[in-house]
Each structure stands twice: as structure tokens, then as C-alpha cells.
Ligand binder design. Sequence first.
Ligand SMILES: CSC[C@H]1O[C@H](OP(=O)(O)O)[C@H](O)[C@@H]1O
Length: 328
Amino acid sequence: MRRTVDWAEGAVEIIDQVALPGEYRTLRLRTVDELVDAVRRLAVRGAPALGGAGALGVALAAFAGGDVRAEAKRVAEARPTAVNLSWGVARALAKLDDGPEAVLAEALAVLDEDERLNRAASAHAAEVVLGASQRRPLRLLSHCNAGHLATVAWGTALGVVWHLHERGLVESVLVDETRPLLQGARLTAWELAQAGVPYRIQPDGAAAAAMARGLVDCVLVGADRITANGDVANKIGTYGLAIAAAHHGVPFVVVAPSSTVDESLPTGADIVIEERAAGELTDFGGLRVAPEGAAVFNPAFDVTPAALITAVVTEHGVRTPSAEAAHP
Ligand SMILES: CSC[C@H]1O[C@H](OP(=O)(O)O)[C@H](O)[C@@H]1O
């Protein structure tokens, strides 16, 4: 599968994730406006993929000239929760004084690193999962999409599935559909089908019942921002999954590159949570499914406390917060 986000002929080229699973197509984003719009529409999404998109957005601005720093700020602020977006922007912006080619070279380095780091993080996490459950093959549960499509390539939580599937160690994956934008039903199911991994889509609300019925050996999720003490921001619904997993003694493993760790924030209470438009809840497939003018609460993410997480795994292995960070 091609990279989720790449550079092609002076433009940022992305797999259009809004079109999946019905249509596999790419989009070329030639301006910062087009890139910011694609990020906000989740045509490109997922923390590591946003890191690459952010870095390439600075390259677009640098070649266009004008106030590059102002344009870079617009890219960094397109979505507030995934730290990788601003991290990718900062990586590329640091090369601005060396000219647009240097900015692009740094952005391409971000892309090149991502697959390597994700393969390493998910390989470490696969060993953690195997050690956390004696059952073979494994029945896994995923939330949202933390696969190839959420990264430049390979994936984080789903990267664990790829490693284990290669070894015949995956019985099946329960895929949370992940309301309201259905990253699970639309994207994770599509990736698993492409890879020939057995899966079943479930309503988000079925996850706790699946654990109660003993159908889950491990919950695997990605992350959008991990704070110094090990709290994790991830797609809305992750916190509830972690509570259910803790109640049922199911291992709960978070997989992310270290670029998703934000040591500047002491705890998850400091994370800005993106609130999204009401229409994502009041409308479905172009039809209104709620009363006219219905008020909604639509946070795109929630925060899972470190105490509920079995392991946070990066390319360096299992992350243990510093003593000070863990107990300020
Ligand atoms: C590997 S990071 C994936 C992470 O990003 C998703 O959010 P969104 O689809 O809104 O970009 C979700 O939190 C995933 O776990």
C-alpha cells in the first residue's frame, strides 16, 4: 500500500480517507489552504500521519513564499489534540533559514522515519501482548483506526496485528465502529480485509459486553497525545474501554511513536480536546437523525489515566514515566 501522505510534484499527496471504503483515491494538496481543509475534514488523519502532513505543509508554505511562519501556525492549529501535527510543523520549520529545499528534506525525513518507528513500536507491543495473555491465537479489540491509514505507513495499534498475523497468532479482531465518523467500520475493517485478518465490526457500546463474555484477550489502541505521567488522549470512547478492560482484567495496550509523547504536559488534564461540529451527530449519510436544532456534545477525544493502562509502548519499548512525572 502506498504511503498515506507523501510529496509528489510539488504537492502533498494523500490517500483520501473520507472516500474509503467505497473508493480508494488520492488527493493532491497544492496550497496550505487545501492542506488545512483536508486535515479538518479528516481526509488525512491519525497522529503520525498528521505529523507528516504538518511537516509537508510547511514545505508547501516555504516554496510558496510569503509569511511562512504564519502559514505554518495555521497548519499546526488545524486540529489541537494530536501533538504530532505541531511536532511535524516544528521539525520542518526549524530548517526554514536554510531554504525551502531544506524544509522539504526535513519533512521527507519525518516521513521516512515514521514507518521505521511504527514497525519498531508495534513489534515491542506485540511481545507485550503475547506476554499479557496466555491464550493462542489471540482475540483482539481495536478502537478507531491506528493502522496504515493513521500513519505514514504500517500503523501503530494495527501494526501489532500485522506482526502477530504474520505469525498466525491472531484469531480475530473485534472492531469498534467508532462513532460518529466510523474510522473503525470504514478504515480499520478495510485494512484488516485487505490483509486477510478475520474481524467483526461491533457497535462501540458492545465492547464492554464482549469483555464480560470473555471474548477479548487484549485491547489495542493508538494515541494522539501522551503526557509526562503517562495519561493518554485518544479517540472518544477509549476511556470507557479502559474502564471496562480494568473491570474485566483485560490487558489494555497503547502503541505510539515517541513523537506522540508530550513531556511538556504533566498530566492529561492539560490536553486540549477537540470539539467537533454538531452535524457529525445530528446527521448520518446526508439524513437528519436528530431533532432540528438538537444540542450536542461532540468531543473527538478523551483522556485515559495512566493507572488504567497496562502499557504504553513506543519504538523504545514500554514507556515508564519518570518518578517525578508519575507522582508530581
Ligand atoms: C495512530 S494515531 C491514530 C489515532 O488518531 C485517531 O484520531 P482521528 O481519527 O480523529 O485523527 C484516533 O484517536 C486514533 O487512535
